[in-house]
Structures are given as C-alpha cells and as structure tokens.
Design a protein around this ligand. Sequence first.
Ligand code: SAH
Length: 233
Amino acid sequence: MTWRANVLTLFPEMFPGPLGASLIGKALEKKLWFLDVRDIREHGIGKHRTVDDTPAGGGPGMVIRADVACAAIDRAREANPDVPTAYLSPRGAPLTQARVRALASGPGAILLCGRFEGLDQRAIDARQLEEVSIGDFVLAGGEIAAMALIEACVRLIPGVLGDETSPADESFSTGLLEYPQYTRPQSFEGTEIPPALLGGNHAEIAKWRREQAENLTKSRRPDLWTLYEKGKA
Ligand code: SAH
C-alpha cells in the first residue's frame, strides 16, 4: 500500500511547495507516495465559513473551533481508517527519527495544521490527537512542521532516495550524529581531506568515521551520548 499524507490546513495553497522539489517531488510524481491536502474551511460555519473564534477567558488572537477541526478530521479518517492522526503543536512530543521511522513504515499520517493561537483543547482530547512538535520554537502555523514530518518520512520509503543504503548510518540511525563528509578537491584553501579517508582501507575508514561520530555526539549532544552509552551497556 502506498504511503499517504493527508494534510488538513487553512492554507492548502502552501502544498506541495517544497515537497514538489527534488527527489521527494519526483517520488510524488512517480506515485511512490500520495499527498492529499484538504481545506479545513470546507467545514467552516455559516455563510462566511468561520473556522475560529476568540479565546474563552480572553487574551489575544483566535482559536480554531473544535467542531470545525473535528469535522475535518472525521472526513479524513473516513477515507483513511487506521491511519495515525497528529496535530502539529509546539507543546507536542519532539519529533524523533525513531517516530519518523515508525510513521514511514505505516500506511501514512493525517496531519492537522494549526494557525493563530492554536486549536480548542476539546478537539485534541475528543479525537485523541497525537501532538507532535518539530522543535522548541514557535512557528506561525503547522504547515511547515507538517512538511518537515512528511519529508522526513518520505525519504525513508524504498525507492525515493537514489542510493538505497544512504539512510543507514546517517545522524540518529546509529544513535550518533554523522561523521564529517568530504569530496573533491583534495586540497581546499590549504586544508586536505583527512588522510584516513584516502587510503582505501575500509577498516581504517570505518574506525575513523566511528571516532568522529562519537566525538561529535559527545561534544554537541551530551543528551544523545548518554542514551547511546546506555544502549551499549
Ligand atoms: N499559542 C500556541 C502557539 C500557536 S502557533 C502555543 O503557545 O503553544 C500556531 C500553530 O503553529 C500551532 O497551532 C501549531 O499547529 C503550529 N506550530 C507552531 N510551532 C510549532 C512547532 N514547534 N512544532 C509543530 N507545530 C508548530
């Protein structure tokens, strides 16, 4: 079954956007994955198709109505039963490569993009939405977050990347950040490619890369390093 992203948004014109470019876009053309984008406003209330209202209790901005959001989710679920549904949200669990791998190996995802001050809590609770964050910062809307999630998943679908083996030892797959990469020219502004990479000795190359990955992870991401050490024990 082909992996399908079902996006619920107030700005459908933002899609496919960057998802239409490069290998991800070619894979979309080749139908290695599907993108189904729905306008939440189709479920808006009244003549003006209202989707939001002022926050209960006061304060700035607008909140997306629970009835409108749930109608959009229910429609998407009818067409895609048993597909995980996520609400992109800065309060969500930070997205990890492990979650991306799990989502990529499933049927796809229904992704609800928030805007304004966010979504009425009752929609999150009533439809048991998985809240997913792409980092500890606040975007203006969930669309770019949904695109990031989709791109991370789609590149793992077999046949999408040119080189099938390339996701295997990149950052996070091994629990480590990736080692530094080099290519021609051999000398750039007086700096040479590390000699360990040039001898053609595969064991030596693997050892050098592992050391570099470990040192980078230790210095940049002590949180990941601790998990990695635990996993080895
Ligand atoms: N008032 C909210 C932020 C609303 S930002 C709060 O403080 O939590 C508007 C929308 O952008 C959100 O509904 C969400 O869908 C999206 N968004 C913002 N930051 C995000 C992030 N880091 N990850 C995922 N989605 C995000």
